[in-house]
Design a protein around this ligand. Structure first.
Ligand code: CP
Length: 315
């Protein structure tokens, strides 16, 4: 694996999930693998879990970490080729990526969708530019259209908590006051297609995902029907894909409540966090014994540890 940009970069996904669980059970087994090596973490957007879990994963393998918040600390980067740089951008990504590659062995990047321009977001200009101009491997810490480290952590969590070989997993849209990207939902759908699960997406009219992602998946606009007999309920908001970046629906009828969870097969509740309580999910659900949100966040460490290990071993 040269870079980790998508969940598809893992050649044997189910084996990788098992390997990550093995790392969790013996997290310091490879604690000299990263000796005298450095991981640079570049953030163009905020983070709690990704920043700290990636640092923890690196520490467990013996890496040094360097963190840079580009919006506050870095020169504003130019990503277009051949432009006269007489605007607000001070440095081209060609130099920046080459220079950062001199200081580290792996670069991890977070660069969210703008939600203004679908085509631009889908071109993944930031992460693809770093892939093109860096001389070291790149890890996606959430790009415009993908959050593969979250999806890998979610797969670990499902494997740890499933009670049947083929659990019913529901990805349900839930309301949010701000338009949010599709990255988490996209990578979750890609991931679920790789594991043995009975999968359905419930979302309101106008909220389908990119058909390249959602195609061949069961979808419904009837949330309560979807929740029946579910073993896992994964709640997530995303903005409209068709009316890109827009909020079409914002009422509380899609919120996950205890009453809705009663329709399920005593399902586990999942969310990637951060979550808006009592907008996406009621306090009673997120605080219930069936909530896995803290376990998901914990598993971010071992998902990232596996990816760092594979990249440094060139596996
Ligand atoms: N789930 C997740 O990526 O969390 P952060 O945005 O806090 O990193």
């Amino acid at each position: 694996m040269k870079n980790f940009i998508s969940i598809d970069d893992l050649s044997d996904f189910e084996k990788s999930v098992s390997e990550a669980i093995d790392l969790k059970n013996n997290s310091l087994k490879f604690n000299s693998l990263g000796k005298n090596k450095s991981l640079a973490m570049l953030f163009f957007n905020p983070s709690l879990r990704t920043r700290l879990s990636t640092q923890k994963a690196a520490q467990n393998l013996g890496f040094n970490t360097m963190v840079m918040n580009f919006n506050d600390e870095g020169w504003k980067l130019e990503f277009q080729n051949g432009v006269e740089m007489n605007g607000s951008s001070s440095e081209h990504v060609k130099e920046a990526a080459s220079v950062i590659s001199q200081y580290c062995d792996i670069i991890a990047i977070r660069a969210f969708a703008s939600l203004n321009d679908k085509e631009a977001d889908e071109s993944e200009l930031v992460i693809n530019s770093f892939c093109k101009y860096s001389s070291v491997p790149i890890i996606n810490m959430e790009s415009a259209t993908a959050h593969p480290l979250q999806a890998l952590a979610d797969a670990i969590t499902i494997k740890e908590h499933k009670k049947t070989n083929r659990p019913k997993v529901v990805l349900t849209w839930a309301p949010h006051p701000k338009p949010l990207p599709h990255a988490v939902a996209n990578s979750f759908v890609k991931m679920i297609k790789k594991i043995n699960a009975d999968f359905v997406i419930s979302r309101p009219e106008g909220y389908h995902l990119n058909s390249k992602i959602e195609g061949q998946v069961n979808t419904t606009t009837d949330q309560e029907e979807a929740l029946k007999n579910a073993d896992f309920v994964y709640a997530k908001n995303w903005c409209s894909y068709k009316n890109y970046g827009k909020i079409l629906k914002n009422d509380s009828s899609w919120k996950i409540t205890s009453k809705k969870m009663n329709l399920t097969n005593n399902a586990k509740f999942m969310h990637c966090l951060p979550v808006r309580r009592n907008i996406i999910v009621s306090d009673s659900v997120i605080e219930s014994p069936n909530s896995l949100v803290i376990q998901q966040a914990r598993n971010r460490v071992y998902a990232t540890q596996l990816i760092l290990k594979k990249l440094i071993e060139n596996e």
